[in-house]
Ligand binder design. Structure first.
Ligand SMILES: Nc1nc2c(c(=O)[nH]1)N[C@H]1C(S)=C(S)[C@@H](COP(=O)(O)OP(=O)(O)OC[C@H]3O[C@@H](n4cnc5c(=O)[nH]c(N)nc54)[C@H](O)[C@@H]3O)O[C@H]1N2
Ligand SMILES: Nc1nc2c(c(=O)[nH]1)N[C@H]1C(S)=C(S)[C@@H](COP(=O)(O)OP(=O)(O)OC[C@H]3O[C@@H](n4cnc5c(=O)[nH]c(N)nc54)[C@H](O)[C@@H]3O)O[C@H]1N2
Ligand code: SF4
Ligand SMILES: [Mo]
Length: 721
């Protein structure tokens, strides 16, 4: 007999509703759930790979302890004891600061991991927390922290109502959207055009999104800040600035006007590579449209001007009257309102030991992890926990991090696979697969273009003696507290209680309380109607909570400074950074720079072991413009050596006009060829890691975010063998 389970796909930020058809213990089909209030049946090719993931013989199913290069199965009890002893031994010898943790992206797609990860961080008693956030969207969070008062209160484009969408450095047709939960972006973009609106893309590549757009302009990498400053300057210059209702609670408009005054289209045109008249036309069209929104992502975030560029996007939306209004940039109202449940976000309470970069939201930049391990002195990292992360492939100079990991006294990985990072661990603690646990998306509803809620029941019971991510972190946290003997006794009671319940029950209780206390709940008054977990469980396809609504200033997060419930349009730290932006006008651009390229059937570094996603020709190829190829005697399909300040890789070339001259593009997440990994399918599609080229010395100085785009490289044809 076939049963159907409706749930949310956890593979990317689109959070599509899927239906999983099961006969006995076998998945017979995975399709889109037409009744999902957000995705309406849309899925991409990756959803079906959840079956491959569920069945993958390489997926680890029991704890494994390393002895030299051999791995031995151990019981959970032994595993937790060994992990705790290893971490505590390093801390006893070198202090609590000798332990660090790295949290990876899939953690955010996992309810109990997200709820309980902080318990583990607290139990480690260290300020050395790293995550994929600083390889990704830290600039957006920092801008929101400074402008609106919280690094969790982010504006998203109201794609379904906008009349003009300016997309800078994002490729949602392939990535399925990021910091914008909007499944089925191709159709949503087409609908903008069908209602008479325009889609304009700015990207050094002619992307799949650009192909769908009304206009596409190539731009020199990392010059978007200049372009945006010029667009805003045009609005001021032509008297087009209108704050609307923001006028009564936004400060700093005059500072912005002064700050952008010198960035005229003429002044920036040569650096940016776009004609002044084109910039003016974009500014006018943006301003004339009944509603308009500018949306930027990886291409505006993971660059040396990440924070300043991201701020300029927010400013463009604000001064054109498009912040917090339908069709502009709006603020979702999620069922679990994380912003109001948490204390205000903070920055600068401590600094990175090696570079002095300030912590933000409790984290230090991921690019500093390797040097924290290698630099001797007080606080040198000797023990590391990686949790759902693969920093060897995902962070700059991953090959150097790989060497650094071998120098650790002790390493624990909580992960599904024995891969490029976890092979360095002394012990791997593997959690349940995504279909073996319940799920509710807490994180991505913060960025959803429509307010919805969806409870996802587990498709399969957890196998005997298996643990969820939540169970693992709680068990480890609890043992670490008690191993510290005496200290932290109060906190120790928390994981103990949760442990007794099991993380699945505990997370349901926490979620139910959060829903009741949330904007659609009953205010914790049971006699009143409102959203509860029970109600969600009855709505198999999820519930629709309506379109985004204007909500300022009422929903501006409480903050600790004098700017309570005000918008700071001109944070001093960012305005000061415009000096650096101005100086960049005189920089000679490098001959050739590397940018990223996401491919439709990938999930960062960890999907290449799923057979349905790797069939066909290799995708780890370098895209290069015909003129750049010809100048180096390179032909289609040739193998080339790409080298940067920090390393070199060899890959085949695709000669294509889809990248602009002076730019080459390579996808990230490849490089599975090393010794000691257990990824049989991925090893046959190994490719090379573009993070062996990206440079950890380069960061966005304000947020500490990694620079993954615009890396100066040299490309030489490999001699024929
Ligand atoms: N050059 C370059 N580098 C990049 C990027 C880029 O565009 N260019 N993109 C950056 C971005 S945006 C991101 S978000 C980061 C991602 O960086 P990371 O999060 O460090 O890397 P992932 O590739 O997502 O690896 C996720 C790991 O989690 C494991 N995993 C998967 N599901 C689960 C689970 O449910 N539980 C547990 N415990 N483990 C699980 C996988 O096996 C894998 O080891 O990469 C960044 N790196
Ligand atoms: N298929 C697939 N989907 C994914 C992922 C995946 O690995 N594969 N990863 C997920 C994750 S973790 C994230 S964070 C999102 C990211 O989502 P997106 O940001 O939409 O995805 P990217 O493909 O990184 O798009 C960045 C674009 O910026 C361009 N770019 C690079 N440098 C510059 C620049 O200096 N200026 C401008 N204007 N453009 C530039 C690149 O050419 C690229 O087209 O995708 C998510 N979705
Ligand atoms: S777009 Fe993302 S969430 Fe939707 S089916 Fe594909 S991988 Fe899953
Ligand atoms: Mo990401």
């Amino acid at each position: 007999m076939t049963r159907v389970v409706y749930r949310t796909c956890t593979l990317c930020e689109a959070c599509c509703g899927i239906e999983v058809h099961v006969e006995g213990e076998r998945i017979t089909a995975i399709g889109g759930d037409k009744r999902d209030p957000s995705s309406h049946g849309y899925i991409c090719a990756k959803a079906r790979a959840l079956k491959d993931l569920h069945e993958d013989p390489d997926r680890l199913r029991y704890p494994m302890r390393r002895a030299g290069s051999e791995w031995q199965r151990v019981s959970w009890k032994e595993a937790f004891a060994y992990a705790t002893d290893g971490i505590r031994a390093a801390q006893r010898a070198h202090g609590d600061a000798a332990a660090a943790i790295y949290l990876g992206e899939p953690m955010v797609h996992n309810l109990d991991a997200l709820l309980f990860a902080d318990t583990l961080v607290a139990a480690l008693g260290t300020q050395k927390r790293f995550s994929a956030n600083s390889l990704d969207q830290f600039p957006k969070q920092l801008v929101s922290h400074w402008m609106y008062g919280s690094g969790l209160f982010l504006s998203v484009p109201d794609v379904d109502r906008t009349d003009y969408m300016l997309i800078i450095g994002a490729n949602p047709v392939v990535s399925n959207g990021s910091l914008m939960t909007a499944p089925g972006m191709p159709a949503r973009l087409r609908r903008i055009q069908q209602r008479g609106g325009r889609v304009v893309v700015i990207d050094p590549r002619r992307t799949e999104t650009a192909k769908l757009a009304d206009e596409h302009y190539f731009i020199r990498p990392n010059t978007d800040g200049l372009l945006l400053a010029a667009l805003i300057q045009c609005l001021f210059g032509e008297g087009r600035v209108r704050l609307g209702k923001l006028g009564s609670f936004a400060e700093g408009l005059e500072v912005v006007e002064k700050a952008v005054a010198e960035f005229t289209p003429e002044a920036v045109s040569e650096s940016v590579g776009i004609e002044p008249e084109t910039m003016r036309a974009i500014a006018r069209a943006f301003s004339d449209a009944p509603s308009a929104v500018c949306y930027g992502r990886m291409g505006t975030s993971t660059v040396p001007f990440g924070t300043t560029t991201t701020w300029l996007i927010e400013v463009l939306n604000s001064v054109s009257g498009n912040l917090d209004r339908p069709g502009g940039a709006m603020f979702p109202k999620p069922p679990v309102d994380v912003t109001s449940l948490q204390p205000p976000t903070q920055r600068g309470r401590w600094r990175s030991r090696t570079r002095g970069v300030p912590e933000f939201m409790g984290e230090l930049p991921a690019v500093t992890l390797a040097e924290e391990i290698e630099t001797p002195g007080d606080g040198q990292v000797r023990a590391l926990v990686t949790f759902a992360g693969n920093p060897v492939l995902s962070s700059p100079a991953g090959h150097r991090l790989s060497e650094a990991l071998d120098k650790l006294d002790f390493m624990v990985s909580i992960d599904l696979y024995l891969n490029e990072t976890t092979r360095h661990a002394h012990i791997i603690l593997p959690p349940l697969g995504p279909l073996e646990r319940d799920h509710f998306d807490v994180a991505f509803q913060l960025f959803s273009v429509r307010n919805t809620a969806h409870w996802s029941p587990a498709v399969f019971d957890a196998p005997r003696d298996a643990r969820s991510d939540g169970d693992i972190v709680l068990a480890l946290a609890s043992r670490l507290y008690w191993a510290r003997g005496g200290s932290g006794r109060v906190q120790a009671a928390v994981p103990r209680t949760l442990l007794a319940l099991g993380s699945a029950r505990a997370s349901r209780i926490v979620l139910d309380v959060a829903l009741r206390a949330g904007p659609y709940g009953n205010g914790l008054r049971p006699w009143r109607p409102g959203l509860t977990l029970e109600r969600l469980c009855r709505a198999a396809h999820g519930v629709d909570l309506g379109p985004l609504e204007p909500c300022l200033p009422e929903r501006l997060p409480a903050r600790s400074d004098r700017k309570q419930r005000r918008i700071d349009l001109a944070p001093a730290e960012i305005v000061a950074d415009l000096v650096r932006l101005r100086r960049s006008l005189t920089h000679q651009p490098p001959d050739l720079v590397l940018v990223g390229r996401r491919e439709a059937r990938t999930v960062n570094s960890w999907s290449h072991n799923l057979p349905s996603l790797v069939s066909g020709p290799s995708r780890c190829v370098l895209s290069m413009h015909p003129a750049d190829a010809a100048a180096r005697g390179i032909g289609p399909g040739d193998w080339v050596r790409v080298s940067s300040r920090v390393g070199a890789v060899e890959v085949p070339v695709r000669v294509t006009e889809s990248v602009m001259r002076g730019v080459v593009a390579l996808p990230h997440g490849y490089g599975h060829g090393g010794e000691g990994i257990r990824l049989h399918v991925a090893a046959e599609h190994a490719g090379a890691s573009c993070n062996d080229l990206t440079d950890p010395a380069e960061i966005d100085p304000l947020s500490g975010n990694a620079v993954l785009s615009g890396v100066p490289v040299r490309v030489d044809r490999c001699p024929p063998c």
